[in-house]
Ligand binder design. Sequence first.
Ligand SMILES: CSC[C@@H](O)[C@@H](O)C(=O)COP(=O)(O)O
Length: 345
Amino acid sequence: MAAPFPVIALERPALRVLDQSRLPHEEHWLTIGDLETLEEAIRSLRVRGAPLLGLCGAAGVAIAAERDPGEAAIREAAARIGRVRPTAVELATGAACCAAAVLGQAAEERAAAAWAFCAAYLARRQAEDEAIARNGLTVLPPGDVLTHCNTGTLATGGIGTALGVVRAAFAAGRLARCYVTETRPLLQGARLTTWELVKSGIPAVLLPDTAAAALAASGRVSAVVTGADRIALNGDTANKVGTLGLALAAAHAGVPFFIAAPVSTIDPGCADGSAIPIEFRSAEEVGGFGGQRWSPDGVDAWNPAFDVTPASLIAAIITERGVVRPPYGPGLQALVAHTPAGFGT
Ligand SMILES: CSC[C@@H](O)[C@@H](O)C(=O)COP(=O)(O)O
């Protein structure tokens, strides 16, 4: 199952990305040829999703190397891109791994080497997604599924992680429809996941975030599957805010809750979820959307972009290298022990 449509293109000396902030109404491609434009695109979620951010991190190094292939410039670019959003570990590791790979080359070869690294990274990502989908089918019970945020092609460049599992389950005739939360405040579910599912002919049912607990309790879904931005070594998992609520609702309803993510999402630097940095975003994103305000001026907001679901609520973590079940410590340790940081295969 190949990626159903392109979302990113490596066109040395620039990166081209589908601007996700304009979907689903407009399919507009951005050309990114400098670090400032890349930083803005990441900060504004024109490109987003943990695995795709990893590739953007690496591409940031390639873009910087075009201008200055010196060691200091490359190291500075990797650090700078890695800081733009703090929660998805792959943004920083993608940039750092690309920098480490090219610094082993002569200066005049570094830009070409960085673009080659990016191409290999994308190909590996696509293969990982397919393996995650295959492994997901071994644990997903038959029946319809609820997912959150966007974990599809837009988030990885491949078939997706959690949404890749959904795609595979639909192709195998194991689910008839995918329930999608709207994913307030930036509506990745309502705008992006529904767009992908409709494009692929997979029946999508959109629900307000506030209806998710009722859906789980209704018996309509046999599983909840989401992606991850960072997984601690004990299995605690950071993902789009609202994931914790879904996992709690699923536990209450007796519905299994699964995480689907590449091994590169596991952070050996985080012993548990308390060590995962959480991105907070502006009050404006809660009080309005797309230029329309619905809250009065002067209202503050508590707006974390991610939350941490404790390992105890997760039935299994589906990776490209196999399915890890609780207790997560030994299984996750074994996966990262055999994987250089940022490399899932
Ligand atoms: C395969 S994508 C996994 C996660 O990155 C996804 O679930 C998510 O939380 C994305 O958040 P976003 O803020 O849209 O980048």
